[in-house]
Design a protein around this ligand. Structure first.
Ligand SMILES: *Cc1c(COP(=O)(O)O)cnc(C)c1O
Length: 373
């Protein structure tokens, strides 16, 4: 099995005395498909660009959080820490619980009451996390967890843990490897802005590896080969839900509200880092309406066979808006990260009210459907 510590050991921080020992804690994260869209661009009026989706829902716990968690939990294990803690809108807790279970650690998760998707709760329960439901939102939980960052007793595995961004940067390496170069634009949904920051770290390291500017080798390295085609970096685009858009407002949002619960965050932990990403990459962050997010999620599932959660669809919904307005030019190569799997929130797709068909009538009903094709 190949996880991130197998594939990218020479581009990730050393874990303990021997990273390979900790690679055994992997659940096979990363190596997700980059899928070119075939039908949706035409149907949604953006056939004039080239669109790919990086389907991070296919990670072990069905979100990109696994890339960062694999490294953060391995680093905690190397430090002989026996418990991890996080504040979570759902996916961080699912991922932390799984990787902690694998490493034989305890996991304590703080989740906002009533605003976490069903599938994510099921994962935290299944992996035996201790779940504390708080009478507040993600930002309140984050404030309580931050206190433990330097305690040495427990590892905080939110994206304020630098190992998280190190793991997540590998998605950018994979995009370059698949496309042969970076795209013109890379779009992501933005909550705490850790992932957009991590992608920029990845693209930037790919651009500098093996040179004097390389973060690791400063040009003296024999192991970190340049990634073929990595010289170019994309413009980074972030999309927030309109009811939860501190980057767009320029201020924290006290009571963030959106159907996209994974990005229901009013006080982003990587606010300053993301400003640097936007400035260096000549990118932008804008807002999308919940109705656009949900429509895009449905269209992607119905037209492409790709099922992502609502927050994930914010990247694609935002790109569609920006192509239509001309902000993203015709001919552009655009990658959208789909951060999590649609099965996390099955309650958004209930079985429609259907009359039951008598067994004796089945053949006739099937014939009728076939004739209507
Ligand atoms: C965590 C998460 C995000 C937000 O990522 P940030 O790094 O907090 O910006 C977006 N979508 C999904 C599905 C997530 O789980």
């Amino acid at each position: 099995m190949r996880g991130l510590l197998h594939r990218y050991a020479d581009r990730l921080p050393q874990i303990g005395a021997d990273s390979k020992q900790y690679a055994a804690l992997s659940l096979g994260e990363g190596s997700t498909p980059l899928i070119p869209l075939l039908n949706l661009p035409q149907a949604m009026g953006v056939a004039n660009i080239n669109l790919w989706v990086k389907y991070e829902g296919l990670n072990p716990t069905a979100s990109f959080k696994d890339r960062g968690m694999a490294i953060a939990v391995a680093a905690a294990a190397a430090d002989n820490i026996s418990c991890v803690i996080c504040a979570s809108t759902g996916n961080t807790s699912a991922s932390a619980a799984a990787y902690a279970a694998r490493a034989g650690m305890a996991c304590l998760v703080l989740i906002p009451q009533g605003k976490v998707a069903l599938g994510k709760i099921a994962q935290a329960v299944a992996h035996n996390a201790v779940i504390v439901q708080i009478d507040g939102n993600f930002d309140d939980a984050m404030r309580a967890v931050r206190v433990y960052s330097d305690s040495g007793k427990v590892a905080v595995v939110n994206s304020i843990n630098p190992m998280r961004l190190q793991g997540q940067k590998t998605a950018a390496f994979e995009v370059i490897e698949t496309l042969g170069s970076a795209p013109d634009y890379h779009a992501l949904p933005v909550g705490n802005a850790g992932n957009i920051t991590a992608h920029w770290i990845g693209y930037s390291e790919a651009a500098s590896s093996g040179t004097a500017a390389c973060h690791y080798c400063q040009g003296n390295c024999t192991t970190c080969q340049p990634i073929a085609g990595g010289e170019k970096r994309p413009q980074m685009l972030g999309y927030q839900a309109a009811g939860s858009a501190p980057f767009v407002n320029g201020n924290p949002v006290a009571n963030p509200d959106t159907v996209a619960t994974a990005i229901r965050i009013g006080n982003p932990q990587s606010y300053e880092a993301a400003q640097v990403v936007l400035a260096e990459s000549n990118g932008w962050i804008s807002a999308v309406e919940d109705s656009d997010i949900l429509q895009t999620q449905r269209q992607l599932a119905a037209l492409e066979g790709v099922f992502c959660e609502p927050a994930s669809a914010a990247s694609l919904a935002g790109v569609i808006n920006d192509v239509k307005s001309g902000r993203i030019p015709a001919g552009a190569r655009v990658v959208c990260t789909l951060t999590g799997h649609g099965l996390k929130e099955p309650d958004l797709f209930p079985l429609p009210a259907l009359a039951s068909t008598a067994v004796g009538d089945l053949a006739a009903v099937i014939e009728q459907h076939l004739n209507n094709r």
